[in-house]
Design a protein around this ligand. Sequence first.
Ligand SMILES: [Zn+2]
Length: 255
Amino acid sequence: MALADTDTTTVNAVRPLAVVLFGSPGSGKGTQSKFLVRWLGIPQVSTGDMLREHVRTGTAIGKSIAARMKAGELVPDRLVNELVFERLSRPDCERGYILDGYPRTPEQAAEMLRVLGAAGTAEVVIHLVVDYNVIIARMAGRRVCPTCGTLYNAISNRPVQEGVCDLDGATLVVREDDRPEVVRARLNEYEALTRPVLESFRQAGVKLFEVNASDQAPQQVFEQIRAELASRGLTEPGLVEQSPAARGRTELVGK
Ligand SMILES: [Zn+2]
């Protein structure tokens, strides 16, 4: 990627791009993350995956997390921040990364803005907006095969025979996490704990845009995201600044 020869004033060619995917449980953050990874060529950093991996492999952190979850406690912000910043310091995040499930509390957001601000990172927040009734209905329509783990749903991936796995004939079941009362509890927690993060971002002047993710196919949602990022010139992670004029604009962000 050569910079224009005539642009001798370029100072900083590598400026990491942090794409924050924000939205309630069931808004499709994971799916959109994967589209973005493929398109932008930067890694997805999912706090949920990282925490589960620590629990699965039984690290010291994993044991402390498992004990807290068993007691119904939240993982402390300090610990989540530590895990995330350690991950972001690795070489594959040099040009940028996609944050999925972080920050989850205003305290995490404040720390993120402080650390990323000091590193000169460009941030953009994508808010996936969904109607909660749509989420509850969508989750309630999901079924899983208890034998082979295949996921089915009432909209885009129905089994050939209602309630029966196509692969092994097992009777499909509703996952605990998809039960309407469990989904409602998670949405309430999101409203109380996580939604205020949006206000932190607005107050900090972070670039933020909303995408309607309620009643469109994932690919259509992604097309909207792509158009929004392109209109802001955020399609080349690690190469955000090219001219003094552009630098002046980006410096207004993220204070
Ligand atoms: Zn099966």
